[in-house]
Design a protein around this ligand. Structure first.
Ligand code: HEM
Length: 195
């Protein structure tokens, strides 16, 4: 498939999910928690794109088949789709804080803010020109650090309720998916080092 079609396909899917989400939340669901739910579900949509791009290399090495090849080939575009998906999260949280007149915690501002910095640095350097300009080693370091940092923010966000003494099973399960990605990546790293 031609590269731009591949990219447009992934980006289009993010936009489509977010249109469905807004339609469902604001026209069907009648809750005074709509804006909080908007923040939670925009994070969930982008989570799936993140997991795919974060585990693309290790998934392919453990299960080489047409699906994992497709994911690995589209990794850059899936990453860019994650950045777009998380921009919807940004719109949702800004609306949430303005309308609900709540204030974010310092951990959310600094921890999440640095996450956004990582997301946009990675997004603007996700092209051949930037890889050439930065040099592959430096580019790889930036993307390795950014992706791992974002993974940690996801783990924190999903395990947060647990730290606060409540058990939200779906959140814990989602957090465990990221932990599993870390394990896969680590095993993949040591396996490829030894071979
Ligand atoms: C890389 C950056 C970020 C990531 C990966 C992230 C991830 C998440 C995730 C996974 C959830 C869903 C939690 C759940 O289901 O219980 C969430 C919800 C939320 N996030 Fe973010 N977030 C980021 C940045 C931020 C920032 C910068 C803020 C605010 C300054 C923020 C504010 C919120 C709010 C208000 C919710 C709604 C749920 C709640 O009230 O706890 N996020 N985020």
């Amino acid at each position: 498939m031609d590269k731009s079609k591949h990219l447009h396909g992934w980006l289009f899917s993010v936009v489509l999910f977010n249109i469905f989400l807004v339609g469902w939340l604001f026209f069907v669901e009648n809750s005074d928690e709509q804006l909080r739910l908007w923040a939670i579900y925009t994070a969930l949509i982008s989570f799936f794109y993140f997991v795919l791009s974060f585990s693309a290399g290790s998934l392919f090495s453990f299960f080489p088949n047409s699906v994992t090849t497709f994911i690995r080939q589209g990794r850059r575009y899936i990453g860019l789709s994650f950045a777009l998906g998380h921009t919807f999260h940004l719109v949702a949280i800004v609306s949430f804080y303005i309308v609900m007149q709540e204030r974010p915690s310092i951990i959310q501002v600094i921890g999440g803010g640095l996450g956004y910095l990582a997301i946009y640095v990675m997004a603007v350097t996700s092209n051949d020109w930037a890889v050439k300009k930065l040099g592959f080693k430096r580019w790889k370091k930036i993307h390795w650090f950014g992706a791992n940092y974002i993974a940690i923010v996801f783990i924190y966000s999903y395990f947060y309720t647990l730290l606060a003494g409540q058990l939200k099973l779906t959140s814990v399960l989602l957090g465990c998916i990221i932990v599993l990605c870390f394990v896969l990546r680590l095993v993949h790293f040591f396996r490829s080092k030894n071979s």
